[in-house]
Design a protein around this ligand. Structure first.
Ligand code: NAD
Length: 382
């Protein structure tokens, strides 16, 4: 076993706020990996690690029981009793936020003002008024922010992107993304999700970000929404089934689907899927089977499957659905960009676009009319 949290040159310190999902990042950056299952990890010298550029410092949660449980799961780190102590720790260069959606903006601004850079889980914020505030705080403090869009950092989606950028599928002409997942367990665990946000921001943050990633800035959105039996039973007010059509600024089109009250998917389909239709080929990336299926101009289909190679990295050899690999990858990409002074993606500008897109989806489904993103941008004062 190796010490995966040993300080190294060019390491940035990560402090986590919100120790439910956020615990995964601390665990991803610190847990030793038995050498026999170290395939898929970065090799730093002869040591397998998940991250080359950052290390875990510690975390804070308002709930003392969550702090205790994090300290049991990932021992030996900094778990202060107050937010003030957390922000005062000079070892924390990057604050990674995994608190309930409505709290993100306030914590982002506090972190910037404490001189920290920020990773904020998706969705960045859920209210247009907060967009201007976080953009202004970033400008005033010179601090940077990465949105933790985990799906982009899952192996098949990274590989699909690499092949697309290399021109293998020709020009991207249409993009079709989905995230479908039964959410009764989530309502029970996170009751704030019932009344304080909307599925346009919760689940739809994945497929909508994927559309923005491939199609660039979005011009117009037309969406419909309805409520499933599960949604009615728990008493949500907004839709938990969304069907979205979008048009990008450059005239391309795409669609996104989200269903959060379904039963189970047949195994042929995955919860998150991204189909990219190009002029020379098509490809399908899948979460969490870890497969990329692609066809070229000759019509032959090739399937690549990384599950056994990378399950140690992504799932820590536990159940599917943990996010160790994605969280470590985006933290590493952001830390590298900060150290080198280069750009990461998606930073604040792209994050703002996705918030405008999510709000456009919510409003279009509620009103029955198409929504122009330029109008929302004006309303947000951007
Ligand atoms: N794929 C992904 O990237 C992914 C997956 C799951 C959740 N998330 C996101 O992570 C966030 C948290 O989700 P969750 O499922 O862990 O929610 P949760 O409700 O289970 O946990 C949130 C935690 O934040 C704590 N908290 C609340 N306010 C706080 C504050 N001001 N300071 C410190 N701690 C505070 C709570 O006590 C709680 O322990 C959400 O924004 C969610 O969308 C992202």
């Amino acid at each position: 076993m190796t010490d995966h949290n040993k300080p190294m040159a060019n390491h940035l310190g990560i402090g986590v706020l919100g120790l439910h999902e956020g615990k995964s990042l601390l665990k991803a950056l610190t847990y030793s990996i038995p050498d026999s299952v170290s395939q898929g990890h970065l090799l730093i010298g002869d040591e397998p690690r998940r991250s080359q550029y950052c290390r875990a410092i510690g975390g804070f949660d308002l709930d003392p029981a969550k702090r205790l449980s994090a300290a049991e799961m990932v021992p030996g780190l900094f778990y202060p009793d107050s937010l003030d102590e957390f922000f005062a720790n000079p070892e924390i260069d990057i604050v990674a936020i995994y608190t309930p959606d409505p709290t993100h903006a306030e914590l982002i601004i506090r972190a910037f003002e404490a001189g920290k850079h920020v990773i904020c889980t998706k969705p960045l914020v859920t209210d247009l008024k907060q967009l201007g505030q976080i953009v202004a705080a970033s400008k005033a403090t010179g601090r940077r922010l990465l949105v933790g869009q985990s799906t982009r950092f899952f192996e098949p989606f990274l590989q699909q992107r690499k092949r697309t950028e290399a021109g293998e599928f020709g020009d991207v002409e249409f993009v079709d993304a989905q995230y479908n997942h039964r959410m009764d367990w989530f309502y029970a665990k996170s009751p704030w999700s019932i009344a304080e946000t909307d599925w346009a921001f919760l689940g739809m943050s994945h497929p909508l970000d994927l559309l923005r990633w491939y199609l660039g800035p979005i011009k117009r959105v037309s969406a419909t929404g309805s409520i499933s039996k599960l949604g009615r039973d728990v008493g949500i007010s907004g839709p938990d089934i969304y069907s979205v059509n979008i048009e990008s600024e450059d005239g391309r089109t795409g669609r996104a689907l989200g269903h959060y009250g379904l039963v189970e998917l047949p195994t042929a389909r995955n919860a998150i899927e991204l189909m990219v239709y190009g002029s020379k080929g098509t490809s399908l990336a899948q979460y969490h089977d870890m497969k990329l299926k692609r066809t070229g101009e000759d019509g032959a289909e090739i399937t690549e499957d990384w599950l056994y190679e990378k399950r140690g990295y992504f799932f820590n050899n536990e159940v599917h659905g943990m996010h160790y690999g994605e969280f470590a990858r985006y933290a590493d990409a952001f830390a590298k960009a900060l150290i080198e002074g280069s750009k990461a993606s998606p930073e604040l500008e792209e994050g703002v676009d996705v918030v405008l897109l999510m709000e456009a989806v919510r409003r279009s489904a509620n009103s029955g009319h198409a929504v122009e993103l330029a109008d929302l941008r004006n309303e947000a004062g951007l």
